[in-house]
Design a protein around this ligand. Sequence first.
Ligand code: AKB
Length: 319
Amino acid sequence: MSKTLVIGASGQLGIELVLALQAKHGVGSVHLADIRVPENEQVLKSHFLHLDATDEETMAKVLEEGRYVEVYQLAAMLSATSEKKPLAAWDLNMKSLLNVLEAGREGWIERVFWPSSIAVFGPGTPKKNVPQDALLDPSTVYGISKQSGEYWCRYYHEKFGVDVRSLRYPGLIGHRSNPGGGTTDYAVEIYDFAVQDLPYSCFLKADQALPMMFMDDAVRGTLELMAAPSDSIRVRTSYNFSGMSFSPAEVGESIRQHLPEFELEYAPDHRQEIASSWPESIDDIAAIHDWAWESRIDLSEMTKVMLEACRAKTIHTTS
Ligand code: AKB
């Protein structure tokens, strides 16, 4: 039986990845770990471990005993929260990764997945179609931790042969789980407000375009990366991973195609400065070339799916 462990299973991406992994391998082959119990009935059908990913001793014990084929290490503090708690963010984002890489070095895990982010880029990076090998110039605590994490991944791969794979995620938009503490979270919240006929006040400015991706594309791409033969994975820091690029005004416009009365206001806050440091769009030719990555869902398709799903959720929770 192929066993998979998802650490950070209660987060926005964790919940979605667990659902996809359950569908692929079966509920019994997937184990979950987090410090919070996931709020999703289906996810909880898999075995849940209460685990602090920064706890070196417990992590070593769980990973040595578990002998997992794949470990997805997703525990992290995102960009906006990390700016408020820099040392705690560094501690969480680095220790959780290093604990898993050490288990890989010991030979207890076959393959590791670790998420990087567009936050590795910064003011010195080109704004459009950022190439794979562009200058990484993070100006946030989260970005610094992701940049360092990428180099740790490559180091463990080159020195100890750990098969660790990574993607630089853009903002992820899905309806099965909620984001928390990120700069791109507005692009999920906006749909929840729209289906309830509520005006939405966006914390980024109208024309702040950022790289974004529909969750189903992100999850499919992640599983494809993990299923690719090891020798096709030429990038051992982290792959550029691109879906679409849009601004708050553009997502508002796409919502108005379905809900013409939708009202969108702008009240940029501290998150605007983070967003301004990131690029608008990403070139992911290396991922396309190495493991046949293909993004499938554009903004108008995503808006249709998000509105339907958020509407169904609202009806379900109010009935
Ligand atoms: C965030 O906004 O912090 C994340 C990210 C782009 O990594 N969604």
